[in-house]
Design a protein around this ligand. Structure first.
Ligand SMILES: [Zn+2]
Ligand SMILES: [Zn+2]
Length: 380
């Protein structure tokens, strides 16, 4: 397998200027970033390939060597790769997106030597249907690690000072040569801090943090549905030694309603209606999210017909109006009849002695159809 030409990888000519190289790389990096192409290994390969090409072509010395001797001059083999963490100004190029995209994880190491950002946390929140319909506010009680009070987060016993790390001389990074490249690695002894704790704090055993319960108020927007996440910025785990904390993601699970079925912002409610009302027409009371409402059943309504009540569904979570409420009409067989009603029905039945029974065709069978289709749009 031969390595692709770096100019070809970035789609530029051999006399490309530094800004050309930078902009070509930026475009590719943004396009192929794994966060934008989850699970796409071809994109990830392209992303790494572009990073490697950029690492060489953006460096005047390396570019000169590459122009004269090709890949062989750099001592890179098809499998060796380049550690992009050695880039200077990597963040500048991606306009700060580097942080969002988490380059550290991608390359199996940290983007830069230094304290690590806090991890994101997930909290699964169950809410009842009505809270999703109206919106609500709830308080979560969560344990979180906070900076230790005794040592103010340093991890060193009060009064003592951390010593300089002997491994890296306080730089936090260890550098070594590999071919023409200088590789920088985070110091493993001090984990990039440059200092080591000589006398650990007793309260936190040198960790610099302690666990504490705290309360968080979460606003649940009306119209939220199961699986949607609310992001609480900075409420995740603390970062290492002063680095920014992660975020807390509240994943919402909405409970079922006894009779409203939900499909996006629309609702479906099945109501049995007395047979004579279906034949003769009339008005009935149906439940909505805001209490009962009277609707008109047109004369000759078939079982399974769906009547639409516009804007009586769930509110849209992004504030774009409301869904619709569909009322599906079924036959109420009137099992509890008065003596008088029973006599009337018998009288009616007698007049139907010659009624011919015909099976329904498959197409008109209401059970076969999926939810929310074939709506009889009377109120729309
Ligand atoms: Zn402490
Ligand atoms: Zn060190």
């Amino acid at each position: 397998m031969s390595k692709r030409d770096y100019y070809e990888v970035l789609g530029i000519t051999r006399d490309a200027s530094d800004p050309d190289i930078k902009s070509a790389y930026r475009k590719l990096a943004l396009k192929h970033h794994p966060d934008r192409n989850p699970g796409d290994s071809a994109s990830e390969a392209r992303f790494k390939e572009a990073a490697e090409a950029y690492a060489v072509l953006a460096d005047r010395e390396k570019r000169t060597v590459y122009d004269r001797f090709g890949h062989a001059g750099l001592g890179t083999t098809p499998s060796s790769g380049v550690d992009p963490t050695v880039f200077e100004g990597f963040d500048d190029i991606l306009g700060g997106l580097g942080d969002v995209f988490g380059f550290g994880d991608l390359f199996g190491g940290r983007r830069r030597a230094g304290p690590r950002h806090g991890a994101d946390l997930r909290y699964d929140l169950k809410i009842v249907f009505e809270d999703a319909a109206r919106g609500s506010e709830t308080t979560l009680q969560l344990p979180r690690e906070e900076p230790c009070h005794a040592c103010q987060g340093s991890g060193a016993a009060p009064g003592s000072t951390p010593g300089t790390c002997s491994e890296c001389g306080g730089h936090g990074q260890v550098r070594y040569q590999q071919g023409f490249l200088t590789i920088a690695r985070t110091c493993s002894r001090c984990r990039g801090v440059g200092k080591v704790i000589v006398t650990p704090c007793e309260a936190c055993h040198g960790a610099g943090r302690t666990t504490r319960e705290r309360k968080l108020t979460v606003k649940i927007p009306a119209g939220i549905s199961t699986g949607q996440r609310l992001r609480l910025h900075g409420e995740g785990e603390l970062g290492e030694r002063g680095a920014p904390p992660g975020d807390l993601y509240v994943v919402v699970h909405v409970g079922e309603h006894p009779f409203f079925q939900r499909d996006g912002d629309d609702l479906l409610c099945i109501v049995p209606i007395p047979y004579p009302t279906m034949v003769l027409g009339g008005d009935i009371s149906v439940p909505t999210l805001n209490g009962d409402e009277r609707i008109v059943i047109p004369k000759g309504t078939e079982p399974g017909a769906r009547l639409r009540l516009k804007n009586k569904g769930m509110p849209n979570v992004n504030g774009r109006g409301q869904g619709d409420l569909f009322v599906e009409v079924q036959v109420d067989t009137l099992r509890r009849l008065s003596k008088e009603q029973h006599a009337l029905l018998e009288k009616l039945a007698k007049t139907m002695g010659n009624h011919k029974v015909e099976p329904r065709t498959r197409e008109s069978h209401s059970e076969d159809r999926p939810f929310f289709d074939r709506v009889k749009d009377i109120f729309g």
